[in-house]
Design a protein around this ligand. Structure first.
Ligand code: CA
Length: 223
C-alpha cells in the first residue's frame, strides 16, 4: 500500500512518514501544496494524508483539483482543532476523513488502515484467504495459525494482494503500489518476489494468471 503525505511542517511530516513506514506502508512526501498536488495527480496512491494549511497551494484547493480531475483515492485531511469550518470545507472538497492537530500517531494509523480497507471493500482489520490471515493492525501474517516471518517488501506485496483478494492484480499495478517514486522500478523483479512469497506461504493461494498478473484466492483459478 502506497501513501502520500502532504504536510509543510518538516518535523511532523517526517514523524508521519516514519510511523507509516514502520507500519508497513511505502510512503512519498511533499512539503507544499503544488508538489503534493502534482504527486497525487500523477501517481497512484492507496491513501493520502493532506494538511489544509499549506504554502503555494492550500489543501482544500489541492483536493478540489484532484477531485475535478477524477482522482478518487481516499484522503484524510489534517485540520487545526476548533476550526470546524475547515472540516466542512475539506469534506465539501472531497475529503473522506479528518484528524485534528495535535494528534496521536496511533489515531492517524488507525484511520489510514480503516480507509484503505474500506476502499478495498473489507469490514475488519483482519483479512483472510484460506489458511492465510493478515492482521493489518499488527502487520502480522499467520498461515494455518502459525506466524510467518516476511521481509517488509514481501509483507507489502501480500497485503496489497490480500486487500484485492479474488481480483487479478497486474505486475504494473504492483510496482506502482509497492515502491515509492524514487525507486528504480523493474516489473521483472516482482515475479521473483512473488515466487519467494509463494514459497514462504507454502499453501496454494497465490495464483499466476498468465499474461495478466496475480490473484490471491482460496480456490485455484489458474487460466
Ligand atoms: Ca501546515
Amino acid at each position: 500500500m502506497r501513501i502520500l503525505v502532504v504536510e509543510d511542517d518538516a518535523d511532523l511530516n517526517r514523524q508521519i512518514v516514519t510511523s507509516l513506514t514502520d507500519a508497513g506502508y511505502v510512503v512519498d512526501k511533499a512539503l507544499d501544496g503544488e508538489e503534493g498536488h502534482f504527486l497525487g495527480d500523477t501517481e497512484p496512491y492507496d491513501a493520502v494524508i493532506l494538511d489544509l494549511g499549506l504554502p503555494v497551494l492550500d489543501g482544500v484547493s489541492v483536493l478540489e483539483k484532484w477531485r475535478r480531475a477524477g482522482r478518487k483515492m481516499p484522503v484524510i485531511i489534517l485540520t487545526a482543532r476548533d476550526r470546524w469550518s475547515d472540516k466542512v470545507a475539506g469534506f465539501d472538497a472531497g475529503a473522506d476523513d479528518y484528524v485534528t492537530k495535535p494528534f496521536h500517531m496511533e489515531e492517524v494509523l488507525a484511520r489510514v488502515r480503516a480507509l484503505v480497507r474500506r476502499t478495498a471493500g473489507h469490514a475488519t482489520s483482519e483479512l483472510t484467504c484460506g489458511p492465510v490471515s493478515l492482521d493489518t493492525k499488527g502487520a502480522r501474517v499467520l498461515v494455518n495459525g502459525m506466524p510467518l516471518k516476511l521481509t517488509s517488501l514481501e509483507y507489502r506485496l501480500l497485503a496489497y494482494l490480500m486487500h484485492h483478494g479474488g481480483k487479478v492484480v497486474s505486475r504494473t499495478e504492483l510496482v506502482e503500489h509497492l515502491y515509492d517514486q524514487d525507486f528504480d522500478r523493474d516489473s521483472n523483479t516482482i515475479e521473483v518476489f512473488v515466487g519467494r512469497l509463494r514459497k514462504k506461504l507454502g499453501v496454494d493461494v497465490l495464483h499466476t494468471i498468465r499474461g495478466m498478473g496475480y490473484c490471491m484466492s482460496e480456490t485455484g483459478n489458474e487460466q
